[in-house]
Design a binder for this molecule. Structure first.
Ligand SMILES: [Zn+2]
Length: 110
C-alpha cells in the first residue's frame, strides 16, 4: 500500500493512505489544494497543490476532484459596495412591485 508523507503544522510528520487524502484540482491553478485530517490533532489541514504535488499525489493513488470556477466568480467589480439601506430599499421596492402587479391583473367580475 502506498504511504504518503506530509506534515501537520502542529503535530509534525504525518503518514496517510491515498484514501485519506483529498485532492482538488481547480481550473485556476493557484486554487488547487490537498487536504487531510491529521491523525493526531484531528484538524483538517489544507495545503496548496502545484502541478508537481498534483502529479505526485495522483501517481500515489489519490483520486483528484476537478473544480471548475464559474467565470462570473472571477469577474472584477467596481463601484460602491451594497449597503444595508440598499437591501432594505430593494425589499421595499419588491412590495411595491406586488401592489403594481395586483393592480395590473384584471379582475373577473361575476
Ligand atoms: Zn495535527
Amino acid at each position: 500500500m502506498t504511504t504518503i508523507k506530509t506534515s501537520c503544522p502542529v503535530c509534525g510528520d504525518v503518514e496517510l493512505t491515498p484514501a485519506q487524502m483529498r485532492l482538488v484540482v481547480c481550473s485556476r491553478a493557484d486554487w488547487s489544494f490537498y487536504a487531510f485530517a491529521c491523525s493526531t490533532c484531528h484538524d483538517e489541514i489544507r495545503k496548496p497543490a502545484d502541478e508537481e504535488v498534483i502529479a505526485l499525489l495522483v501517481a500515489g493513488g489519490v483520486v483528484a476532484e476537478h473544480w471548475a470556477i464559474p467565470a462570473e466568480a472571477l469577474e472584477e467589480h467596481d463601484g460602491a459596495v451594497i449597503t444595508y439601506d440598499d437591501v432594505l430599499d430593494f425589499a421595499l421596492g419588491l412590495d411595491r412591485i406586488d401592489l403594481l402587479a395586483a393592480m395590473i391583473v384584471p379582475r373577473v367580475e361575476a
